[in-house]
Ligand binder design. Sequence first.
Ligand SMILES: NC(=O)C1=CN([C@@H]2O[C@H](COP(=O)(O)OP(=O)(O)OC[C@H]3O[C@@H](n4cnc5c(N)ncnc54)[C@H](OP(=O)(O)O)[C@@H]3O)[C@@H](O)[C@H]2O)[C@@H](O)CC1
Ligand SMILES: Nc1ncnc2c1ncn2[C@@H]1O[C@H](COP(=O)(O)OP(=O)(O)O)[C@@H](O)[C@H]1O
Length: 297
Amino acid sequence: MENSAEWLEWDVARAREWLVVPRPGDDKYSRGVLGVFTGSHDYPGAAVLGVEAAMRTGVGMVRYTGPSSVRQLVLARRPEIVGVGGRVQAWLIGSGMTSSRRTLILGGELAQATAQGVPTVLDAGALDLVHEARGSVVLTPHYRELAEVLAETDRRAGHAAGKARAEHGSPPTAAEIAARPALWAVRAAEQLGATVLLKGSVTYIAGPDGARFTVSGIPSWLATAGTGDVLGGILGALLATRHSTIAQDAAAIAPIAATAVLVHALAARRASQGGPIVALDVAEAVPATIAAMLAGD
Ligand SMILES: NC(=O)C1=CN([C@@H]2O[C@H](COP(=O)(O)OP(=O)(O)OC[C@H]3O[C@@H](n4cnc5c(N)ncnc54)[C@H](OP(=O)(O)O)[C@@H]3O)[C@@H](O)[C@H]2O)[C@@H](O)CC1
Ligand SMILES: Nc1ncnc2c1ncn2[C@@H]1O[C@H](COP(=O)(O)OP(=O)(O)O)[C@@H](O)[C@H]1O
């Protein structure tokens, strides 16, 4: 690992401080509402998985405002969701979307969501919206996706007088990111001014403010379709429940992101018990995982 002294391995004791337990005075709004804009005609399942995971993480409400055909599937699995827009405390955007088709279908509505200034998770087909988003952003790329984001960033900035090229060199390939994930997570966070959660068997969380966290020991059974969509839901829910902390100090974003990765990894371990899992198993294991974390197990 690059500069391993700078990286703090996240653990249950630290994560527990970022989990919010509802109090007697709470209601669904005070607990936090997550807006979710995910899924597409081609990838509706990603929306179902992310919403399931968010609700299992313990958020006050999920407002799902993605494509209406996808909304029917999400509702069939989770009738608790609210399918109309309204105030939210955090956004999860982009899982199950592709940037090329996204603009045709959803451009205006997405722009509105990213402009609201609440903490926002940008995943998969919305990663490039980091250039337009207001407020605190967490990007959740895998290696290929980070290579694409950095290439797009380079195109934009490089055309503005070659400044980014001079400062950062040519954008990396996915193979180069895989070879040095710690380095590229940090560079991306600095270059994009966002928290970068770079997924992999070791997941790196780098904040633009210098935060550096790792989560290791993630079960490799997680290398199966849709588990990244589940992670997005967990993260979105934790951001919504911690919205007032983030409003006071945006540095809270990185530890919350690390907590989401740890919850995801521990839920995978609980669901797996050493055997294969599917993404929905991970989402379903989240409540017992959080209970065990709160109990100090
Ligand atoms: N249930 C759902 O709704 C799910 C929805 N999902 C959603 O899907 C969207 C796309 O996300 P992603 O990460 O899968 O795609 P992406 O980064 O474009 O990588 C494509 C690369 O993979 C490669 N490749 C393809 N097949 C290969 C093979 N057999 N063996 C080897 N390589 C293979 C391919 O290479 P090529 O075939 O071009 O050589 C290309 O390089 C995203 O929105 C996500 O949220 C997922 O979460 C899954 C569950
Ligand atoms: N070999 C592995 N070992 C442990 N965890 C992995 C491994 N490969 C992938 N993961 C984890 O699985 C998830 C996959 O996410 P992602 O690549 O976005 O897939 P998808 O788009 O299918 O949801 C991430 O949380 C990643 O950290």
